[in-house]
Design a protein around this ligand. Structure first.
Ligand SMILES: NC(=[NH2+])NCCC[C@H](N)C(=O)O
Ligand SMILES: [Mn+2]
Ligand SMILES: [Mn+2]
Length: 301
């Protein structure tokens, strides 16, 4: 990692889905020792505290299929502004979730700085739904669609511009639960996806090499890692709201992070969907922090 200064931003958000507790994710990750872990690797770490999640006090709510739309818009705007400020100060933004709807805010801030940003979406899901295709109305199933400019116009235009990223700069890794509308969108937009099938068949080493070569060919000017803890098999990360069996295993995930560290490509990261209420003795937050260790250069020997 070229940047030795890291700013941690907590986002206590649980309104992008319907299982409470994921708002405590940032606390659980801090409790698992994120600051100490990164400091031990020689980084200068600033904990910026938590983003404010506004309460929607409007009485005549817009009738949409999108759960807690106004709160998600407010929080995303606050987070986008914060990510922008952290980058202005020359620091590496490390965002702690919170449900995956927060990626809307993170990417809105990153887009100020990167015109051709690459995005790794490490996830069991594609998060490419819109209000029309969503089976749940949960905005945490929509952030990738929103960021490429598809979905409710208020979400798409957070911080007053759109789109935030290009669909051809996205690589999804670990997908194994994709809705019909998402499948169509992946085909239509030509989004690169390494499902569990490719990971099984090629192995994680090849998948990561192909991912990094893809970004080189695309001449990206930065790479954001958006890591949903449900990308990993629920055996290792049970504390997530939408677990899907048959996921990426613990060592494969470390290998992926170690390869990203060696590539020197990653310019920002977020770790999302840690829900301590659904967890076993903070296991999921512990895995998140261990993976951050590898992402930032921890070695076994
Ligand atoms: N970030 C996540 N965990 N997303 C889960 C999404 C699940 C499902 N595809 C939905 O739209 O509701
Ligand atoms: Mn997911
Ligand atoms: Mn997700």
């Amino acid at each position: 990692m070229n940047n030795k200064q890291i700013s941690i931003i907590g986002v206590p958000m649980d309104l992008g889905q319907n299982r409470r507790g994921v708002d405590m994710g940032p606390s659980a990750i801090r409790y698992a020792g994120v600051v100490e872990r990164l400091e031990a690797l020689g980084y200068d770490v600033t904990d910026e505290g938590d983003i404010i999640i506004p309460k929607d006090l409007t009485t005549d709510k817009e009738m949409t299929h999108l759960r807690n739309l106004e709160e998600v818009i407010g929080a995303s705007t606050n987070l986008g502004n914060k990510v922008h400020d952290v980058m202005e100060n020359g620091k590496f933004p490390l965002v702690l979730g919170g449900d995956h709807s927060i990626a809307i805010g993170t990417l809105s801030g990153l887009a100020d700085r990167y015109q051709n940003l690459g995005v790794i979406w490490y996830d069991a899901h594609a998060d490419l739904n819109t209000a029309d295709t969503s089976p749940s109305g949960n905005i945490h199933g929509m952030p990738l669609a929103v960021s490429i400019g598809l979905g409710h116009e208020k979400l798409v235009n957070i911080r007053d511009f759109a789109p935030k990223i290009k669909p051809e700069n996205v690589v999804i890794i670990g997908a194994r639960s994709v809705d019909p509308g998402e499948r169509e969108l992946i085909k239509e937009k030509g989004i690169k996806v390494f499902t569990m099938h490719e990971i099984d068949k090629l192995g994680m080493t090849t998948v990561m090499e192909l991912t990094m070569n893809y970004f080189k060919e695309r001449r990206v000017d930065g790479v954001h890692l958006s890591l949903d803890l449900d990308g990993i098999d629920p055996l290792y990360t049970p504390g997530v709201g939408t677990p899907v069996p048959g996921g990426i295993n613990y060592r494969e995930s470390h290998l992926a992070m170690e390869m990203l560290y060696s590539s020197n490509m990653i310019t920002s990261a977020e770790f999302v969907e840690v829900n301590p209420i659904l967890d076993e003795k903070n296991k999921t937050a512990d895995v998140a922090v261990a993976l951050m260790g590898s992402l930032f250069g921890e070695k076994l020997l």
